[in-house]
Design a protein around this ligand. Structure first.
Ligand code: NAP
Ligand code: GLV
Length: 344
């Protein structure tokens, strides 16, 4: 889709179809073009295409490494990522080149926390396995409507939830877990203020302590140099036997090979995963072999309300920039000292 007025408005490339409500707000300010295929635009295509544009509204799967940024930064002034995570963008390189980077924090917190809870429940109570058991006739073939030892799972009441990365989503998961009467422990870069710890009933622990004392571990750190493979073989070997691991952050926070080994050796009782080191996940991937693993296709923020709010926030950032104002959710604030916002 192409919305061009033939005027001298800044040109915006949008790397996937977004809602019309968000597109409408751009009219009169930007001339925009939308990549309207379902598959993502290839890296080389974007590298060539974006040299003609002043701004880009991107998705977390569009890679803006330094090579890409160097190629496009003589014209592109802002990358408005429609995600809270921005590990797809080399932010340091963008700053050096005077390119603004924005994200969409906050608006997706509740939807993503809902999904984390859904994965906790689905894994602990074997919901997907149970569905298959009924749907594919296994239950029917047993001829047994009820057995005291059939499909036993883990109860949440009174169990310990270990949250790694107690930011917006981590806190929203803790709030939900409190309603299940779970004990909450957490590990994060910084401790929460005392009053928030008290309100959540959350205790700070170091990572090894959290791993060996949690019945369920839920990961909510961003993917950075420090968190890549934070959950590796050594750490997985320390996890309390019978625990479940949930990951809705980024796949590469866990070393996938080590996770598969932990599942094979029974170091953990199961996993609920929304994110993977390689996306989309190959259906022949070893993770798909385990009945005690629940897999969802990176849908943490996938509700209509949230995806619209994300698009609107990305657009708000683009509008502020075009008006010469600091975008409300600017990631690289240091860029303000390098180039002022606005197309000039
Ligand atoms: P956030 O508010 O920034 O929370 C992240 C937390 O992790 C912060 O408390 C942060 O500490 C902490 N942290 C950062 N690096 C750490 C480290 N090395 N060790 C320990 N703790 C560390 O972010 P959020 O909004 O909750 O989002 C978290 C992540 O979820 C995003 O980055 C994204 O990757 C992922 N996500 C996925 C989906 C999905 O569709 N599955 C949807 C939304 C988000 P500081 O406060 O010190 O920075
Ligand atoms: C989605 O994965 C996000 O980071 O918003």
């Amino acid at each position: 889709m192409n919305k061009s007025s033939g005027s001298s408005k800044p040109r915006l490339y949008i790397t996937r179809e977004i809602f019309n409500e968000a597109l409408k707000k751009l009219e009169g300010v930007y001339d925009y073009e939308v990549w309207d295929r379902y598959q993502h635009p290839p890296y080389e295509f974007l590298r060539k295409k974006l040299v003609e544009f002043d701004a880009v509204l991107s998705m977390p799967t569009d890679r803006f490494d330094c090579e890409m940024i160097r190629s496009i930064s003589h014209k592109i002034r802002i990358i408005a990522n429609m995600a809270v995570g921005y590990d797809n963008i080399d932010v340091e390189c963008a700053t050096q080149h005077g390119v603004y980077v924005t994200n969409t924090p906050g608006v997706l917190t509740e939807a993503t926390a809902d999904l984390a809870l859904a994965l906790i429940l689905a894994t602990a109570r074997r919901i997907v396995e149970g569905d298959h058991f009924v749907r594919w006739g296994e239950w029917w073939r047993t001829g047994t409507p009820f057995h005291p030892k059939m499909m036993l799972g883990m109860e949440l009441y009174g169990k310990t939830l270990g949250i790694i990365g107690m930011g917006r989503i981590g806190v929203a998961v803790a709030r939900r877990a409190k309603a299940f009467n779970m004990k909450i422990i957490y590990y994060s870069r910084r401790r929460l203020p005392e009053n928030v710890e008290r309100e959540l009933g959350a205790e700070y622990r170091d990572l090894d302590d959290l791993l060996s004392n949690s019945d369920i571990i839920s990961i909510h750190v961003p993917l950075t140099k420090e968190t890549r493979h934070m959950i590796n073989r050594e750490r997985l070997s320390k996890v309390k036997r019978g625990a479940i691991i949930i990951n809705t952050s980024r796949g590469a926070v866990i070393d996938t090979e080590a996770l598969v080994e932990a599942l094979e050796k029974g170091w953990i009782a199961g996993a609920g995963l929304d994110v993977y080191e390689e996306e989309p996940l190959n259906p022949n991937h070893p993770l798909t072999r385990f009945k005690n693993v629940v897999l969802t296709p990176h849908i943490g923020s996938a509700t209509r309300e949230t995806r619209l709010a994300m698009a609107l926030l990305a657009v708000e950032n683009l509008l502020a920039f075009a008006a010469g104002r600091e975008p409300p959710t600017l990631v690289n604030k240091e860029v303000l000292r390098i180039k002022p916002p606005g197309f000039y």
